[in-house]
Ligand binder design. Structure first.
Ligand code: ACO
Length: 441
């Protein structure tokens, strides 16, 4: 099952637009949670005008049945289920299947998918040589994006996916191999030998085994670490039309295959205003810890526009209230960090920054709250993940969401290539001047 959403006409009736003395009627549609949109699909044809919305803050790019967010109420639901309900029971893989297929998997579906994750965990030996081509200092996110794209070279049979059976083959390969690629990218950055996946291990312990085992010493994943990383992956699994997911949909809309589209998603996620913020948060906390700046002065700097400094891990395009993921991660960080790494001074600094910001009119007036990245870095650090892998872990978590969105779009009847327009502000008609007539530059 994978229905894309079908909106209904709003009971409020159509919107009317008056432009240069003419009146136009535009349909208003309503989603299953009462969100309304003015359908401007015929606007240009009717009026000769387009809409302008830099950053797309008011633009719905699609209808989607995957994830619901109410940013004012701090609500996040995967296929209708509040994320809080996933805290104790399911594994990340269960959530991945829910997102991709639209229903919670039966025991049999779950086991079949898990077996395929084990079966597909290795990467082609040829791909391993590609790692050698990267400098030791290569950022793992660059390697991850390149290698996901490279997967499309090894699976030409999965460039076009006809049905759910073919989707299963592509999705299981991607979700399994991203973990191996991520671990190898890390090993490469440390000059360590690659460790093969262990078929006896589940998803999270296998990732950590490939990252941390040594040829002469097996890494054993503590239960508390397995649970924390499962939670982190689950909380990152989807977030509707964020920058990287929109990128995946944008690339996929051209007919590009799933591997290439997800590789583009990794690149979009890398930036510090998106997934890269978890690294930026840690760098900010470390800078304060080193005594370079006090928390008070950092917040002061973040309020000065000319400084170009932002309080990293704060603010969100959609949440104008608490990010529910941040609340959950903060709770887990408070419990686990002391248990795993004693008294982490960075946690104290994070608490202090949050206190200062949340009582400051600048942050209050702009509804800037901690987002998912504010506490995730501290937690990842406590479970032993090195900083250069934080955003890679985010990408592993977000992959099921990208796959679900790529497939939803792929299945949409009458889908069109994503191709925004623009308002041109460059020179008007000008003539070409031959180089010898242009004078000295
Ligand atoms: N620190 C200081 N000021 C901020 C911050 C911040 N972290 N975030 C927003 N503001 C201010 C802006 O300067 C702007 O002020 P103004 O109205 O006086 O011009 C106002 O709040 C609105 O901010 P926008 O940039 O318009 O908000 P937008 O929705 O475009 O950006 C974003 C959201 C990118 C998350 C932003 O809040 C930010 O840069 N935060 C820090 C980076 C971060 O944590 N990113 C992770 C996001 S979550 C994720 O991707 C998983």
């Amino acid at each position: 099952m994978n229905e894309s959403a079908n909106s209904n006409p709003s009971p409020l009736g159509p919107a009317s637009l008056t432009l240069a003395g003419h009146s136009y009627s535009l349909p208003v549609i309503e989603g299953s949670e009462g969100e309304r949109a003015i359908d401007i699909g015929s606007l240009r044809a009717q009026t000769g005008h387009i809409t302008l919305d830099p950053g797309y803050g008011n633009t719905g790019s699609c209808e989607s049945a995957i994830t619901f967010i109410d940013g004012d109420a701090g609500i996040l639901r995967y296929r209708g289920i509040p994320i809080e309900q996933f805290v104790d029971s399911p594994t990340f893989i269960e959530v991945a299947l829910l997102l991709i297929y639209g229903h919670l998997p039966s025991q049999e579906e779950y086991e079949r998918f898990s077996e395929d994750l084990t079966r597909f965990a290795n990467i082609d030996e040829g791909m391993k040589h590609q790692f050698e081509g990267f400098p030791r200092s290569a950022p793992p996110m660059a390697i991850l994006s390149a290698m996901l794209n490279a997967l499309s070279c090894y699976h030409p049979e999965l460039h076009e996916l006809e049905d759910e059976a073919e989707l299963h083959h592509a999705a299981a390969r991607l979700i399994s191999k991203i973990r191996t690629i991520a671990a190898y990218a890390f090993r490469h950055s440390r000059g360590l030998p690659y460790i093969y996946p262990d078929p006896g291990l589940r998803y999270v312990p296998n990732l950590l085994h490939m990252m941390f085992s040594l040829p002469y010493q097996q890494y054993v994943c503590p239960n508390v670490v397995r649970k924390a990383l499962n939670l982190i992956l689950m909380l990152h699994a989807d977030h509707e039309q964020n920058c990287s997911t929109s990128t995946v949909r944008m690339v996929g809309s051209s007919g590009a295959n799933l591997f290439a589209s997800c590789a583009a998603g990794v690149s979009a996620l890398w930036g510090p205003l998106h997934g890269g913020a978890n690294v930026a948060v840690l760098e900010m906390l470390e800078q304060i810890h080193r005594g370079n700046i006090t928390p008070e002065d950092y917040v002061k700097l973040a309020k000065e526009k000319e400084s170009k400094v932002r309080l990293m891990g704060f603010g969100h395009r959609v949440y104008k209230n608490f990010d529910p993921r941040a609340l959950m991660l903060q709770k887990v960080a408070e419990e686990l960090v002391p248990m795993l790494s004693g008294n982490d001074p960075l946690l104290d600094i994070a608490r202090r920054l949050e206190d200062i910001a949340r009582s400051d009119p600048y942050f209050i007036e702009r509804n800037l709250y901690p987002n998912v990245d504010f506490y995730s870095g501290i937690l990842l650090r406590a479970i032993g993940i090195p900083t250069n892998m934080f955003t890679v872990i985010f990408a592993i978590g977000r992959l099921p969401g990208w796959i679900a969105h790529w497939w939803e779009q792929n299945q949409t009847v009458g889908g069109r290539i994503a191709r925004p327009r623009q308002i041109y502000t460059g020179p008007t008609l000008s003539d070409y001047i031959p180089i010898e007539e242009r004078g000295q530059g």
